[in-house]
Design a protein around this ligand. Structure first.
Ligand code: HEC
Ligand code: HEC
Length: 495
Protein backbone atom coordinates (compact mmCIF):
# COMPACT_ATOMS: atom_id res chain seq x y z
CA UNK A 1 0.00 0.00 0.00
CA UNK A 2 2.82 2.34 0.93
CA UNK A 3 4.67 2.07 -2.30
CA UNK A 4 1.48 2.23 -4.28
CA UNK A 5 0.40 5.66 -5.19
CA UNK A 6 -2.85 6.67 -3.72
CA UNK A 7 -4.95 8.17 -6.55
CA UNK A 8 -5.48 11.36 -4.49
CA UNK A 9 -1.82 11.65 -3.67
CA UNK A 10 -0.94 11.28 -7.37
CA UNK A 11 -3.36 14.10 -8.22
CA UNK A 12 -1.85 16.32 -5.51
CA UNK A 13 1.66 15.69 -6.82
CA UNK A 14 0.54 16.61 -10.29
CA UNK A 15 -1.03 19.80 -8.96
CA UNK A 16 2.16 20.58 -7.07
CA UNK A 17 4.27 20.12 -10.16
CA UNK A 18 1.87 22.22 -12.21
CA UNK A 19 1.78 25.04 -9.71
CA UNK A 20 5.57 25.02 -9.48
CA UNK A 21 5.68 25.18 -13.25
CA UNK A 22 3.19 28.09 -13.33
CA UNK A 23 5.18 29.93 -10.66
CA UNK A 24 8.32 29.37 -12.65
CA UNK A 25 6.73 30.62 -15.87
CA UNK A 26 5.25 33.69 -14.15
CA UNK A 27 8.60 34.32 -12.50
CA UNK A 28 10.37 34.03 -15.82
CA UNK A 29 7.91 36.41 -17.47
CA UNK A 30 8.35 38.89 -14.61
CA UNK A 31 12.12 38.70 -14.88
CA UNK A 32 11.88 39.20 -18.64
CA UNK A 33 9.54 42.18 -18.30
CA UNK A 34 11.74 43.76 -15.65
CA UNK A 35 14.76 43.12 -17.85
CA UNK A 36 13.04 44.67 -20.88
CA UNK A 37 11.80 47.58 -18.80
CA UNK A 38 15.24 48.19 -17.33
CA UNK A 39 16.15 50.82 -19.91
CA UNK A 40 12.93 52.64 -18.97
CA UNK A 41 13.38 52.26 -15.20
CA UNK A 42 17.00 53.36 -15.16
CA UNK A 43 16.40 56.13 -17.71
CA UNK A 44 15.31 58.79 -15.29
CA UNK A 45 16.27 62.43 -15.36
CA UNK A 46 17.57 64.76 -18.02
CA UNK A 47 21.13 64.95 -19.37
CA UNK A 48 23.38 67.17 -17.21
CA UNK A 49 26.07 69.59 -18.42
CA UNK A 50 28.99 70.82 -16.32
CA UNK A 51 29.70 73.75 -18.64
CA UNK A 52 27.17 76.58 -18.24
CA UNK A 53 27.15 77.41 -21.96
CA UNK A 54 26.26 73.81 -22.77
CA UNK A 55 23.70 73.82 -19.98
CA UNK A 56 22.09 76.91 -21.49
CA UNK A 57 22.08 75.50 -25.01
CA UNK A 58 21.28 71.84 -24.36
CA UNK A 59 19.89 71.13 -20.86
CA UNK A 60 16.22 70.55 -20.20
CA UNK A 61 14.39 73.14 -18.12
CA UNK A 62 11.49 70.71 -17.57
CA UNK A 63 8.25 70.30 -19.44
CA UNK A 64 8.77 66.71 -20.64
CA UNK A 65 5.34 65.51 -19.49
CA UNK A 66 3.39 68.40 -21.00
CA UNK A 67 5.48 69.87 -23.82
CA UNK A 68 7.97 67.13 -24.70
CA UNK A 69 7.93 65.17 -27.94
CA UNK A 70 9.12 61.54 -27.73
CA UNK A 71 12.68 61.44 -29.01
CA UNK A 72 12.19 59.04 -31.91
CA UNK A 73 8.99 60.72 -33.06
CA UNK A 74 10.81 64.08 -33.10
CA UNK A 75 13.74 62.53 -34.98
CA UNK A 76 11.62 60.82 -37.61
CA UNK A 77 9.31 63.73 -38.47
CA UNK A 78 11.69 65.55 -40.88
CA UNK A 79 12.57 62.19 -42.46
CA UNK A 80 8.93 61.26 -43.05
CA UNK A 81 7.56 64.70 -43.92
CA UNK A 82 10.37 66.57 -45.73
CA UNK A 83 7.83 68.21 -48.05
CA UNK A 84 6.46 70.19 -45.10
CA UNK A 85 9.85 71.82 -44.42
CA UNK A 86 11.52 74.61 -46.43
CA UNK A 87 14.73 72.58 -46.76
CA UNK A 88 16.58 69.73 -45.15
CA UNK A 89 15.83 68.90 -41.53
CA UNK A 90 15.18 71.18 -38.59
CA UNK A 91 18.17 73.29 -39.63
CA UNK A 92 16.13 74.59 -42.54
CA UNK A 93 13.97 76.40 -39.94
CA UNK A 94 17.04 78.31 -38.76
CA UNK A 95 17.95 76.09 -35.81
CA UNK A 96 21.70 75.83 -35.31
CA UNK A 97 23.26 72.36 -35.39
CA UNK A 98 26.68 72.30 -33.75
CA UNK A 99 29.09 69.50 -34.66
CA UNK A 100 29.30 66.73 -32.06
CA UNK A 101 25.78 67.34 -30.78
CA UNK A 102 22.79 65.16 -31.40
CA UNK A 103 20.18 67.93 -31.23
CA UNK A 104 20.24 71.53 -32.47
CA UNK A 105 20.77 74.39 -29.99
CA UNK A 106 17.62 75.02 -27.98
CA UNK A 107 16.55 71.38 -27.86
CA UNK A 108 17.16 69.12 -24.86
CA UNK A 109 17.00 65.42 -23.92
CA UNK A 110 14.74 64.62 -20.98
CA UNK A 111 12.72 61.64 -19.82
CA UNK A 112 9.07 61.02 -19.03
CA UNK A 113 7.87 57.66 -17.69
CA UNK A 114 11.33 56.42 -18.57
CA UNK A 115 10.93 57.37 -22.23
CA UNK A 116 13.42 59.65 -23.98
CA UNK A 117 11.81 62.99 -24.77
CA UNK A 118 12.87 66.13 -26.63
CA UNK A 119 12.07 69.38 -24.82
CA UNK A 120 13.00 72.97 -25.62
CA UNK A 121 14.88 75.49 -23.52
CA UNK A 122 15.71 79.21 -23.35
CA UNK A 123 18.31 78.87 -26.12
CA UNK A 124 15.53 78.26 -28.66
CA UNK A 125 14.94 82.02 -28.62
CA UNK A 126 18.07 83.38 -26.94
CA UNK A 127 21.11 82.12 -28.91
CA UNK A 128 22.04 83.78 -32.17
CA UNK A 129 24.42 83.42 -35.06
CA UNK A 130 26.96 85.83 -36.55
CA UNK A 131 29.11 85.66 -39.68
CA UNK A 132 31.68 88.26 -40.71
CA UNK A 133 31.26 87.52 -44.41
CA UNK A 134 29.17 85.07 -46.43
CA UNK A 135 32.24 82.81 -46.53
CA UNK A 136 32.97 82.84 -42.77
CA UNK A 137 31.96 80.13 -40.36
CA UNK A 138 29.07 81.21 -38.15
CA UNK A 139 29.75 81.99 -34.49
CA UNK A 140 26.98 81.20 -32.05
CA UNK A 141 26.48 83.69 -29.25
CA UNK A 142 24.54 82.90 -26.10
CA UNK A 143 21.95 85.37 -24.78
CA UNK A 144 21.70 87.35 -28.00
CA UNK A 145 18.38 87.11 -29.87
CA UNK A 146 17.93 83.92 -31.95
CA UNK A 147 18.12 85.83 -35.21
CA UNK A 148 17.85 82.82 -37.51
CA UNK A 149 15.15 80.71 -35.82
CA UNK A 150 11.70 80.72 -37.43
CA UNK A 151 9.62 79.51 -34.51
CA UNK A 152 6.26 79.95 -36.23
CA UNK A 153 7.42 77.74 -39.09
CA UNK A 154 8.56 75.12 -36.57
CA UNK A 155 5.19 75.25 -34.83
CA UNK A 156 3.42 75.01 -38.17
CA UNK A 157 5.51 71.95 -39.01
CA UNK A 158 4.85 70.03 -35.79
CA UNK A 159 1.17 70.95 -35.82
CA UNK A 160 0.45 69.94 -39.43
CA UNK A 161 2.18 66.54 -39.36
CA UNK A 162 -0.37 64.89 -37.00
CA UNK A 163 -3.09 65.47 -39.60
CA UNK A 164 -1.15 63.54 -42.22
CA UNK A 165 -2.50 60.03 -42.87
CA UNK A 166 1.06 58.69 -42.53
CA UNK A 167 1.25 59.66 -38.85
CA UNK A 168 0.44 56.10 -37.69
CA UNK A 169 2.43 53.49 -35.80
CA UNK A 170 2.31 51.24 -38.83
CA UNK A 171 3.97 53.81 -41.08
CA UNK A 172 6.26 55.26 -38.48
CA UNK A 173 7.77 52.23 -36.75
CA UNK A 174 9.77 50.94 -39.74
CA UNK A 175 11.09 54.45 -40.43
CA UNK A 176 12.03 54.97 -36.78
CA UNK A 177 13.93 51.69 -36.81
CA UNK A 178 15.56 52.63 -40.10
CA UNK A 179 17.02 55.80 -38.55
CA UNK A 180 18.61 53.86 -35.72
CA UNK A 181 16.13 53.09 -32.92
CA UNK A 182 17.12 49.85 -31.28
CA UNK A 183 13.97 48.97 -29.33
CA UNK A 184 13.50 45.84 -27.25
CA UNK A 185 10.09 44.10 -27.63
CA UNK A 186 8.52 45.98 -24.71
CA UNK A 187 9.66 49.39 -25.97
CA UNK A 188 8.38 48.44 -29.40
CA UNK A 189 4.94 47.70 -27.95
CA UNK A 190 4.98 50.95 -25.99
CA UNK A 191 5.91 53.03 -29.04
CA UNK A 192 3.35 51.29 -31.23
CA UNK A 193 0.35 51.37 -28.90
CA UNK A 194 1.05 54.30 -26.62
CA UNK A 195 3.80 56.71 -27.67
CA UNK A 196 2.90 57.29 -31.32
CA UNK A 197 -0.90 57.54 -30.88
CA UNK A 198 -0.46 59.80 -27.84
CA UNK A 199 2.00 62.05 -29.65
CA UNK A 200 -0.46 62.44 -32.47
CA UNK A 201 -3.25 63.42 -30.05
CA UNK A 202 -0.97 65.83 -28.19
CA UNK A 203 0.13 67.56 -31.40
CA UNK A 204 -3.48 67.85 -32.57
CA UNK A 205 -4.38 69.53 -29.27
CA UNK A 206 -1.38 71.84 -29.67
CA UNK A 207 -2.57 72.68 -33.19
CA UNK A 208 -5.94 73.80 -31.83
CA UNK A 209 -4.31 75.98 -29.12
CA UNK A 210 -1.90 77.65 -31.55
CA UNK A 211 -4.32 78.01 -34.47
CA UNK A 212 -4.25 81.81 -33.93
CA UNK A 213 -0.86 81.92 -35.69
CA UNK A 214 -2.69 81.56 -39.00
CA UNK A 215 -4.70 84.69 -38.15
CA UNK A 216 -1.55 86.77 -37.63
CA UNK A 217 1.11 88.36 -39.81
CA UNK A 218 3.98 85.98 -40.59
CA UNK A 219 6.56 86.25 -37.79
CA UNK A 220 9.66 85.23 -39.72
CA UNK A 221 12.90 84.44 -37.87
CA UNK A 222 13.67 86.00 -34.49
CA UNK A 223 10.11 86.92 -33.52
CA UNK A 224 7.16 85.46 -31.68
CA UNK A 225 3.79 86.49 -30.28
CA UNK A 226 4.61 86.41 -26.57
CA UNK A 227 1.25 86.56 -24.85
CA UNK A 228 -1.37 84.96 -27.09
CA UNK A 229 -0.05 81.41 -26.55
CA UNK A 230 -0.12 82.22 -22.83
CA UNK A 231 -3.82 82.96 -23.14
CA UNK A 232 -4.69 79.86 -25.12
CA UNK A 233 -2.34 77.32 -23.51
CA UNK A 234 -2.09 78.33 -19.84
CA UNK A 235 -5.60 79.71 -19.45
CA UNK A 236 -7.60 78.05 -22.22
CA UNK A 237 -8.94 81.26 -23.76
CA UNK A 238 -10.77 79.85 -26.85
CA UNK A 239 -8.90 80.76 -30.03
CA UNK A 240 -12.07 81.79 -31.87
CA UNK A 241 -12.91 84.26 -29.10
CA UNK A 242 -9.58 86.12 -29.09
CA UNK A 243 -10.20 89.81 -29.78
CA UNK A 244 -8.86 90.95 -33.15
CA UNK A 245 -7.23 94.04 -31.60
CA UNK A 246 -5.19 91.81 -29.28
CA UNK A 247 -3.72 89.73 -32.12
CA UNK A 248 -0.40 90.36 -33.92
CA UNK A 249 1.39 91.23 -30.67
CA UNK A 250 4.58 90.04 -32.29
CA UNK A 251 7.77 90.71 -30.35
CA UNK A 252 11.38 90.56 -31.42
CA UNK A 253 13.52 88.20 -29.31
CA UNK A 254 15.49 90.40 -26.88
CA UNK A 255 19.02 89.91 -25.57
CA UNK A 256 19.06 88.61 -21.99
CA UNK A 257 22.61 89.31 -20.76
CA UNK A 258 23.40 91.56 -17.76
CA UNK A 259 20.22 90.97 -15.80
CA UNK A 260 21.57 92.24 -12.45
CA UNK A 261 21.45 95.94 -13.37
CA UNK A 262 17.98 95.29 -14.83
CA UNK A 263 16.54 94.20 -11.50
CA UNK A 264 13.61 96.42 -10.57
CA UNK A 265 13.36 97.91 -14.07
CA UNK A 266 10.06 97.74 -15.89
CA UNK A 267 11.03 95.32 -18.63
CA UNK A 268 9.56 93.11 -21.29
CA UNK A 269 8.94 95.30 -24.32
CA UNK A 270 5.96 97.00 -22.72
CA UNK A 271 7.54 97.10 -19.27
CA UNK A 272 4.85 94.87 -17.77
CA UNK A 273 7.09 93.27 -15.12
CA UNK A 274 9.75 94.62 -12.72
CA UNK A 275 11.01 91.30 -11.38
CA UNK A 276 13.90 89.44 -13.03
CA UNK A 277 12.82 86.16 -11.38
CA UNK A 278 9.30 86.48 -12.71
CA UNK A 279 10.52 87.39 -16.19
CA UNK A 280 12.64 84.22 -16.19
CA UNK A 281 9.86 81.99 -14.88
CA UNK A 282 7.34 83.55 -17.20
CA UNK A 283 9.64 82.96 -20.17
CA UNK A 284 9.89 79.31 -19.21
CA UNK A 285 6.12 78.92 -19.46
CA UNK A 286 6.44 79.00 -23.24
CA UNK A 287 7.95 75.55 -22.85
CA UNK A 288 6.97 74.03 -19.50
CA UNK A 289 4.02 74.09 -17.12
CA UNK A 290 4.18 75.41 -13.52
CA UNK A 291 3.93 71.82 -12.27
CA UNK A 292 6.91 70.40 -14.16
CA UNK A 293 9.26 73.38 -14.37
CA UNK A 294 12.84 72.46 -13.44
CA UNK A 295 13.76 75.29 -11.08
CA UNK A 296 17.30 73.97 -10.52
CA UNK A 297 18.00 74.20 -14.25
CA UNK A 298 16.39 77.62 -14.63
CA UNK A 299 17.96 79.21 -11.56
CA UNK A 300 21.38 78.05 -12.74
CA UNK A 301 20.75 79.98 -15.96
CA UNK A 302 19.29 82.91 -14.09
CA UNK A 303 22.36 83.22 -11.83
CA UNK A 304 24.65 83.10 -14.84
CA UNK A 305 22.66 85.73 -16.75
CA UNK A 306 22.90 88.20 -13.86
CA UNK A 307 26.46 89.21 -14.75
CA UNK A 308 26.96 87.77 -18.23
CA UNK A 309 28.53 90.69 -20.13
CA UNK A 310 27.27 91.87 -23.49
CA UNK A 311 29.72 90.80 -26.24
CA UNK A 312 32.10 93.54 -27.36
CA UNK A 313 31.96 94.82 -30.92
CA UNK A 314 34.45 92.69 -32.89
CA UNK A 315 35.20 95.06 -35.80
CA UNK A 316 37.31 98.24 -35.88
CA UNK A 317 35.89 101.34 -34.19
CA UNK A 318 37.00 104.88 -35.07
CA UNK A 319 37.80 106.12 -31.56
CA UNK A 320 37.81 109.84 -32.41
CA UNK A 321 34.47 109.63 -34.18
CA UNK A 322 33.03 107.52 -31.34
CA UNK A 323 34.10 110.06 -28.77
CA UNK A 324 32.22 112.81 -30.65
CA UNK A 325 29.24 110.43 -30.74
CA UNK A 326 29.42 109.87 -27.01
CA UNK A 327 28.54 113.50 -26.36
CA UNK A 328 25.53 113.29 -28.66
CA UNK A 329 24.46 110.09 -26.95
CA UNK A 330 24.77 111.66 -23.52
CA UNK A 331 22.69 114.64 -24.60
CA UNK A 332 19.96 112.96 -26.64
CA UNK A 333 19.70 109.31 -25.65
CA UNK A 334 21.27 108.52 -22.28
CA UNK A 335 18.43 109.76 -20.07
CA UNK A 336 16.27 106.97 -21.46
CA UNK A 337 18.85 104.30 -22.30
CA UNK A 338 21.97 104.47 -20.08
CA UNK A 339 22.05 102.20 -17.01
CA UNK A 340 22.13 105.32 -14.85
CA UNK A 341 19.69 107.28 -17.02
CA UNK A 342 16.90 109.15 -15.26
CA UNK A 343 14.13 107.32 -17.10
CA UNK A 344 15.78 104.00 -17.95
CA UNK A 345 13.57 101.01 -17.29
CA UNK A 346 10.38 103.03 -17.26
CA UNK A 347 7.55 103.21 -19.77
CA UNK A 348 7.17 105.94 -22.40
CA UNK A 349 3.47 106.44 -23.23
CA UNK A 350 2.45 105.04 -26.61
CA UNK A 351 1.27 108.49 -27.77
CA UNK A 352 4.80 109.81 -27.26
CA UNK A 353 6.90 106.90 -28.55
CA UNK A 354 4.55 106.30 -31.49
CA UNK A 355 5.78 102.81 -32.39
CA UNK A 356 3.48 99.96 -33.50
CA UNK A 357 0.90 99.35 -30.76
CA UNK A 358 -0.05 95.71 -31.39
CA UNK A 359 2.39 94.24 -28.88
CA UNK A 360 1.17 96.68 -26.23
CA UNK A 361 -2.48 95.85 -26.90
CA UNK A 362 -1.88 92.10 -26.83
CA UNK A 363 -1.16 92.32 -23.10
CA UNK A 364 -4.32 92.92 -21.09
CA UNK A 365 -5.51 93.40 -17.52
CA UNK A 366 -7.52 90.23 -17.91
CA UNK A 367 -4.35 88.28 -18.70
CA UNK A 368 -2.53 89.87 -15.75
CA UNK A 369 -5.35 88.77 -13.44
CA UNK A 370 -4.99 85.21 -14.70
CA UNK A 371 -1.21 85.29 -14.32
CA UNK A 372 -1.53 86.02 -10.59
CA UNK A 373 -2.88 82.49 -10.17
CA UNK A 374 0.30 80.95 -11.58
CA UNK A 375 2.83 79.26 -9.30
CA UNK A 376 0.43 79.61 -6.34
CA UNK A 377 1.75 77.44 -3.52
CA UNK A 378 4.97 76.64 -5.39
CA UNK A 379 8.21 77.68 -3.78
CA UNK A 380 11.89 77.16 -4.60
CA UNK A 381 14.63 77.39 -1.98
CA UNK A 382 12.13 78.89 0.41
CA UNK A 383 11.05 81.57 -2.06
CA UNK A 384 7.41 81.70 -3.05
CA UNK A 385 7.25 81.72 -6.87
CA UNK A 386 3.74 83.11 -7.27
CA UNK A 387 3.53 85.92 -9.84
CA UNK A 388 2.86 89.33 -8.28
CA UNK A 389 4.58 91.86 -10.53
CA UNK A 390 2.73 91.78 -13.84
CA UNK A 391 1.00 95.10 -14.66
CA UNK A 392 -0.85 96.45 -17.67
CA UNK A 393 1.09 99.46 -19.03
CA UNK A 394 0.31 102.10 -21.65
CA UNK A 395 3.52 102.28 -23.66
CA UNK A 396 6.95 100.77 -24.32
CA UNK A 397 9.92 100.54 -22.01
CA UNK A 398 13.30 102.32 -22.20
CA UNK A 399 15.67 99.38 -22.32
CA UNK A 400 19.37 99.71 -21.52
CA UNK A 401 21.23 99.45 -24.85
CA UNK A 402 24.21 97.26 -23.82
CA UNK A 403 25.40 95.14 -26.75
CA UNK A 404 22.90 96.94 -28.98
CA UNK A 405 25.07 96.24 -32.05
CA UNK A 406 24.06 92.57 -31.77
CA UNK A 407 20.36 93.15 -31.11
CA UNK A 408 19.28 94.04 -34.66
CA UNK A 409 16.70 94.36 -36.18
CA UNK A 410 15.49 97.12 -33.86
CA UNK A 411 12.40 98.15 -31.91
CA UNK A 412 10.11 95.75 -30.05
CA UNK A 413 8.81 94.21 -33.27
CA UNK A 414 12.16 94.11 -35.06
CA UNK A 415 10.84 96.40 -37.77
CA UNK A 416 13.98 98.50 -38.41
CA UNK A 417 16.96 96.54 -39.77
CA UNK A 418 19.92 98.69 -38.68
CA UNK A 419 20.91 101.54 -36.32
CA UNK A 420 21.43 103.86 -39.28
CA UNK A 421 17.88 103.10 -40.42
CA UNK A 422 16.51 103.85 -36.93
CA UNK A 423 18.07 107.30 -37.10
CA UNK A 424 16.26 108.01 -40.39
CA UNK A 425 12.80 109.60 -40.23
CA UNK A 426 10.17 106.80 -40.23
CA UNK A 427 9.06 107.48 -43.81
CA UNK A 428 12.65 106.94 -45.00
CA UNK A 429 13.18 103.64 -43.14
CA UNK A 430 13.10 100.49 -45.32
CA UNK A 431 9.50 99.43 -46.04
CA UNK A 432 10.55 95.92 -46.95
CA UNK A 433 13.71 94.07 -45.93
CA UNK A 434 14.97 90.56 -45.23
CA UNK A 435 15.42 88.88 -41.85
CA UNK A 436 17.18 85.68 -40.81
CA UNK A 437 20.48 86.40 -42.56
CA UNK A 438 23.40 86.42 -40.11
CA UNK A 439 26.16 88.27 -42.01
CA UNK A 440 27.07 91.50 -40.22
CA UNK A 441 26.99 94.97 -41.74
CA UNK A 442 29.41 97.26 -39.83
CA UNK A 443 28.46 100.25 -42.00
CA UNK A 444 24.75 100.34 -41.23
CA UNK A 445 25.23 98.46 -37.92
CA UNK A 446 22.93 95.48 -37.93
CA UNK A 447 22.64 92.38 -40.08
CA UNK A 448 22.75 92.64 -43.87
CA UNK A 449 19.08 93.01 -44.73
CA UNK A 450 18.84 92.96 -48.52
CA UNK A 451 19.68 89.32 -49.23
CA UNK A 452 16.59 87.43 -50.35
CA UNK A 453 18.38 84.17 -51.05
CA UNK A 454 21.82 82.60 -50.70
CA UNK A 455 22.96 79.09 -51.63
CA UNK A 456 19.39 77.94 -52.16
CA UNK A 457 18.23 79.24 -48.77
CA UNK A 458 15.54 81.93 -48.82
CA UNK A 459 15.30 84.63 -46.18
CA UNK A 460 12.15 86.16 -44.75
CA UNK A 461 10.69 89.19 -46.46
CA UNK A 462 9.57 91.57 -43.72
CA UNK A 463 6.78 93.83 -44.84
CA UNK A 464 6.27 96.85 -42.58
CA UNK A 465 2.70 97.36 -43.85
CA UNK A 466 1.45 94.13 -42.23
CA UNK A 467 -0.38 94.33 -38.86
CA UNK A 468 2.13 94.32 -35.98
CA UNK A 469 5.02 95.18 -38.30
CA UNK A 470 4.82 98.99 -38.33
CA UNK A 471 8.20 100.78 -38.33
CA UNK A 472 7.02 104.23 -37.27
CA UNK A 473 7.73 106.22 -34.12
CA UNK A 474 10.89 106.64 -32.02
CA UNK A 475 11.99 109.77 -33.87
CA UNK A 476 14.80 110.64 -31.40
CA UNK A 477 17.97 111.55 -33.24
CA UNK A 478 16.33 111.57 -36.67
CA UNK A 479 16.96 115.32 -37.09
CA UNK A 480 20.73 115.06 -36.47
CA UNK A 481 23.05 115.81 -39.40
CA UNK A 482 24.60 112.95 -41.38
CA UNK A 483 27.95 113.55 -39.65
CA UNK A 484 26.36 113.52 -36.24
CA UNK A 485 24.50 110.29 -37.03
CA UNK A 486 27.76 108.67 -38.15
CA UNK A 487 29.40 109.70 -34.88
CA UNK A 488 26.47 108.57 -32.73
CA UNK A 489 26.34 105.16 -34.40
CA UNK A 490 30.12 104.79 -34.08
CA UNK A 491 29.76 105.33 -30.34
CA UNK A 492 26.83 102.92 -30.07
CA UNK A 493 29.10 100.15 -31.36
CA UNK A 494 30.91 100.38 -28.03
CA UNK A 495 27.86 100.03 -25.76
C1 HEC B 1 9.71 81.03 -27.41
C2 HEC B 1 10.82 81.93 -27.37
C3 HEC B 1 11.42 82.20 -26.01
C4 HEC B 1 11.89 81.30 -25.10
C5 HEC B 1 11.92 79.82 -25.23
C6 HEC B 1 12.39 82.06 -24.00
N1 HEC B 1 12.23 83.39 -24.25
FE1 HEC B 1 12.85 84.88 -23.08
N2 HEC B 1 11.86 86.19 -24.25
C7 HEC B 1 11.28 85.90 -25.45
C8 HEC B 1 10.61 87.09 -25.96
C9 HEC B 1 9.85 87.20 -27.27
C10 HEC B 1 10.77 88.09 -24.99
C11 HEC B 1 10.18 89.50 -25.04
C12 HEC B 1 8.84 89.40 -24.38
C13 HEC B 1 7.94 90.58 -24.66
O1 HEC B 1 8.05 91.57 -23.98
O2 HEC B 1 7.12 90.47 -25.59
C14 HEC B 1 11.58 87.48 -23.93
C15 HEC B 1 12.00 88.16 -22.79
C16 HEC B 1 12.84 87.63 -21.84
C17 HEC B 1 13.39 88.37 -20.74
C18 HEC B 1 13.18 89.84 -20.46
C19 HEC B 1 14.13 90.62 -21.32
C20 HEC B 1 13.94 92.10 -21.22
O3 HEC B 1 14.95 92.77 -20.99
O4 HEC B 1 12.81 92.59 -21.39
C21 HEC B 1 14.18 87.51 -20.03
C22 HEC B 1 14.99 87.82 -18.79
C23 HEC B 1 14.07 86.23 -20.67
N3 HEC B 1 13.27 86.33 -21.78
C24 HEC B 1 14.72 85.10 -20.21
C25 HEC B 1 14.42 83.85 -20.69
C26 HEC B 1 14.81 82.63 -20.03
C27 HEC B 1 15.65 82.54 -18.78
C28 HEC B 1 14.27 81.62 -20.75
C29 HEC B 1 14.31 80.15 -20.43
C30 HEC B 1 13.77 79.83 -19.12
C31 HEC B 1 13.58 82.21 -21.89
N4 HEC B 1 13.69 83.56 -21.81
C32 HEC B 1 12.93 81.49 -22.86
C33 HEC B 1 11.32 84.69 -26.09
C34 HEC B 1 11.63 83.51 -25.46
C1 HEC C 1 12.12 109.46 -24.16
C2 HEC C 1 12.92 108.28 -24.07
C3 HEC C 1 13.80 107.89 -25.23
C4 HEC C 1 14.81 108.65 -25.79
C5 HEC C 1 15.21 110.06 -25.49
C6 HEC C 1 15.45 107.77 -26.75
N1 HEC C 1 14.82 106.56 -26.78
FE1 HEC C 1 15.41 104.95 -27.80
N2 HEC C 1 13.80 103.92 -27.14
C7 HEC C 1 12.86 104.40 -26.27
C8 HEC C 1 11.80 103.45 -26.15
C9 HEC C 1 10.56 103.57 -25.29
C10 HEC C 1 12.13 102.37 -26.98
C11 HEC C 1 11.30 101.12 -27.25
C12 HEC C 1 10.35 101.43 -28.40
C13 HEC C 1 9.75 100.21 -29.04
O1 HEC C 1 10.43 99.19 -29.10
O2 HEC C 1 8.63 100.29 -29.52
C14 HEC C 1 13.41 102.70 -27.56
C15 HEC C 1 14.11 101.84 -28.41
C16 HEC C 1 15.36 102.13 -28.90
C17 HEC C 1 16.17 101.21 -29.65
C18 HEC C 1 15.81 99.77 -30.00
C19 HEC C 1 16.19 98.82 -28.90
C20 HEC C 1 16.04 97.38 -29.31
O3 HEC C 1 16.41 96.51 -28.51
O4 HEC C 1 15.58 97.08 -30.41
C21 HEC C 1 17.33 101.85 -29.99
C22 HEC C 1 18.48 101.27 -30.76
C23 HEC C 1 17.22 103.18 -29.46
N3 HEC C 1 16.03 103.31 -28.78
C24 HEC C 1 18.17 104.15 -29.67
C25 HEC C 1 18.02 105.46 -29.23
C26 HEC C 1 18.94 106.53 -29.57
C27 HEC C 1 20.16 106.35 -30.44
C28 HEC C 1 18.47 107.63 -28.97
C29 HEC C 1 19.05 109.01 -29.03
C30 HEC C 1 19.20 109.56 -30.34
C31 HEC C 1 17.27 107.28 -28.27
N4 HEC C 1 17.02 105.97 -28.47
C32 HEC C 1 16.52 108.15 -27.52
C33 HEC C 1 12.91 105.60 -25.62
C34 HEC C 1 13.81 106.60 -25.87
Amino acid sequence: MNDRLHPNKGFKALLNTLSRLVTLVIGAILVAVIFLALPLITNSGPAQYANINDHFKYASIGGASTNGIPYWVWKVLPVMFPEKLPGEGYESLGFIQEPGHDLPIGFARDTYLGLDMVTQNCATCHVGSLRNTPESLPQTIAAMPSNTVDLAKYIQFVTTVPFDARFTAQEMMPQIEAIGADFNPLEKLLYRFFVIPRSRDALITLASKLAFIDLESAYGPGRVDTFTPYKTRQFNFPVDQLRAEELNGIGDFPSIWQQRPRQGMQLHWDGNNTSVDERNNSAALALVSPTNINFDAIYRIKDWLLDLPAPTYPYPVDAALASRGEKLYTNTCASCHAFDGEYVGTVVPIEEIGTDRHRLDSYTKELAANQYTLFTGISYQGRDQRFRHFRKTQGYSNHPLDGIWLRAPYLHNGSVPTLRDLLAPPEQRPQVFYRGYDVYDPEQVGFVSDVAEENGKSYFKYDTTQPGNGNGGHVYGTDLSEDEKAALVEYMKTL
